[in-house]
Design a binder for this molecule. Sequence first.
Ligand code: SF4
Length: 552
Amino acid sequence: WERRFGRGETGLLQRLHDAVAHSGRVDREDLRTIAEEFRCPVAAVTGAAGFYADFAGAHGTRHVRICVGTSCFVSAGDHTAPLAEAALGVAPGRISADGSVSLAGAYCLGYCYASPTALDGHTPITGPDLGERLLSAEHPAAAPAVPYHVASRDAVVLAGLTEAERSWQVWPRVVTDGSPAAVRAEVALAGLRGRGGAEFPVVDKWQAAANGRSPRFVVANGDEGDPGSFCDRLLMESDPDRVLEGLALAGFATGASRGVVFVRSEYPVALARMQAAVEAARAAGHLGRGVHGSSFDFDVDVVQGAGSYVAGEETALLHALQGLRGSVRPRPPYPTESGLIGHPTAVNNVETLAAVPWVLRHGGTSYAELGNRIETGTKLVCLSQRFRHPGVYEVEFGVPLRYIVETLGGGLKPGYRLRALQVGGPLGGFLSPDDLDVPLLATALAEAGVALGHGSLVAIDDQITARELLRHVWSFAAAESCGACTPCRVGTRRGRELAARFPTSSEQILAQHEKLLDVMSTGSLCAFGRGVPAAVRSLLRVYRDELTSGDA
Ligand code: SF4
């Protein structure tokens, strides 16, 4: 482990980050040095460096990332990048002649409740006066903290914020007196399912990993890339111990002695807090050899991502952890059979893991009493800036979307009217305001033609045109396709071209667009290429009149 992941392939992304931090770019000498260090071909390092946004182009002394995600798009149209360009005097993707400043676009920085947003180095800047604040280079007002509200009968995921539910209470008892089978049984009783979007039963994943050969690994997926979603950032920043305790319990349940927390580079504060939490947990004896006097060894690495949406998919994430291009690979074999260095690996979303300590403390039956009979427990939903009360809300599964939008969110800010609700990010889809009586359940939402995804709800107001929105969706898809399969790699670019032809009444263009959606949804390798067409179809449903009448 130490050779492969300590200074090994997990460390390769970090070495590329170090090169950028040192000289502002990854140059040929860096590629050669890193390849020698990691005993791999220069081509492999070049391939990885060329894949991730963080290593593309040169970084200035001051490197600014401007958010082009959906909430920022809604709050400022396509004006954020030109605004930043005007303020900094450098175009997106470029560096100034003297190397003092560079600008890059990023699909979501996780401040969707306070859009528009930029990251100036590690400093978030939010709000409508973004341009002026970038211009001043001094940012006296800190970005507002994530508003968090518990709307369920019982606090589950973030219960650790209270003294009674503080973290690391369950772990010592479980690791000394419990058994992996008992932990799995409790999680099975809870009916806990993955919160990253796939809704896969957690216990099935853990059992499959536990059945495999040693060594085994567990991974906390903190690569929250869905534009509109910021609940994982909240968890990692405000309660990193709870995430770690959940990961340790997952390690115990699967017999894994090593865990990894993968945090996207767009979340520098979350990264630092997770690293600090690991150090503190080691010092407190929660991690290490013979944890709490037991025979169980467990330790955790925190790894920084490098700017790729698709790297949040579990097979792509495992590639990223091994210093490879973050491309998706076909399954089977599943990561629970062949994951990190070919060994069984259970990858769970941060929000999923954060619920596990509560399940072990209060019992799976108590957890299953929350929510719906099939989709148990609570879900964090993220409401975007256009809502009167944006923020993260913890709600039970099954509550109507209309309750979340109108009662919790308070509807839209004065002066705006809801035209569509984007559910579950770019792969989720759009609902009309008339269709909000659907309950917050993955099954019910799927019947309504959208996917729950990671629980983001982005309000689209009536000042955004259907044409702009369609272009935004296709542009995101073209920018973030990993390129591993042709239907998605070529299809997303073709979709972006066709979107420029809308609105249209041309039967030919509409037929071409429909054919493209068919090819992508049937021929793409992963949920990205299959999800984009479903989301575009939902957009066409909600905005049919605007998109199919008249011509661009
Ligand atoms: Fe990559 Fe798109 Fe194919 Fe998924 S569908 S593997 S994101 S190219």
